[in-house]
Design a protein around this ligand. Structure first.
Ligand code: NAD
Length: 250
């Protein structure tokens, strides 16, 4: 098992990629603190994980609130005594060019897609340093961290920030034994890509967005997250792992 005895926080695990990762990390031996704003769906995931004989605890929190982010890290210590892995996965799509995005939109989109990631890292790093055990951070970027995606001004801004934040943490805390890496998913079949007006909606696939010719699955991204969270990637830090069916090739 790749995560035996590890304590992992996974955010945004009630759906999509986070849901697949919660199952996979637990199956690989992690004790998972599973955090989401969706109470019922989050609880269902954790119940299903437990029914398979693995360890997970649901923690219902809104991660746009700093106090609730701190509570998430504190909960991991209270429940499991430690924090080894933080997988920041929660995020929302946000359409609009710079002309359409209002200050209110900006705050909504940045708060969950960037600010929550920043402060989750801050509190997790504090704890990992206190433990003197090092730790691993996996942040969720997007192809939008690297290239512009159509009509996604604030989403691109946030995801670009997540990639830079990850590098910054990797550099500053390498000596403390903390690794930080960024996942770069392409278009993945989840609730996020199943909404009208989304750049990721099926019509976008009729072009040449993803040379492999299909959407990725949440499980395919979860496996890459597992690699970054486990010792299999022990000499990898501050980099981006692209899981995009070739989206960034052209
Ligand atoms: N699906 C894609 O094509 C794609 C592509 C690139 C990047 N991503 C990124 O992958 C991550 C997961 O996306 P997904 O496709 O699985 O989406 P999803 O909508 O299926 O899951 C996102 C989860 O985040 C949770 N969440 C949202 N706001 C929250 C908040 N304030 N506090 C706590 N939880 C919150 C949601 O409840 C949901 O369970 C996101 O960061 C997304 O930006 C997705």
């Amino acid at each position: 098992m790749k995560l035996e005895n590890k304590i992992a926080i996974i955010t945004g695990m009630a759906s999509g990629i986070g849901r697949a990762a919660a199952f996979l990390f637990a199956e690989e031996g992690a004790r998972v603190l599973a955090v989401d704003i969706q109470k019922e769906a989050g609880e269902e995931v954790v119940t299903a994980i437990r029914e398979k004989g693995f360890t997970a605890e649901f923690f219902h929190r809104n991660l746009t609130d700093l106090r609730q982010i701190r509570e998430m890290v504190d909960k991991s210590i209270q429940m499991f005594g430690r924090l080894d892995i933080l997988y920041n996965n929660a995020g929302v799509d946000f359409p609009g060019t710079v002309l359409e995005v209002t200050e209110e939109d900006w705050e909504k989109a940045i708060n969950i897609n960037l600010k929550s990631v920043f402060f989750s890292c801050k509190y997790a790093v504090e704890q990992m340093i206190r433990q003197k055990t090092g730790g691993v951070i996996v942040n969720t970027g997007s192809v939008a961290s690297v290239v512009a995606t159509p009509q996604r001004a604030v989403y691109d801004t946030a995801k670009g920030g997540v990639l830079q934040l990850t590098k910054s943490i990797a550099l500053d805390f390498a000596e403390a034994g903390i690794r930080a890496n960024c996942l770069i998913p392409g278009i993945i079949a989840t609730a996020m890509t199943n909404v009208e007006g989304s750049v990721s909606a099926p019509p976008a696939l009729e072009g040449t967005y993803q040379p492999l010719g299909r959407m990725g699955t949440p499980e395919e991204v979860a496996k890459a997250a597992l690699f970054l969270a486990s010792d299999d990637s022990s000499f990898i830090t501050g980099t981006a792992l692209v899981v995009d069916g070739g989206y960034l090739l052209h």
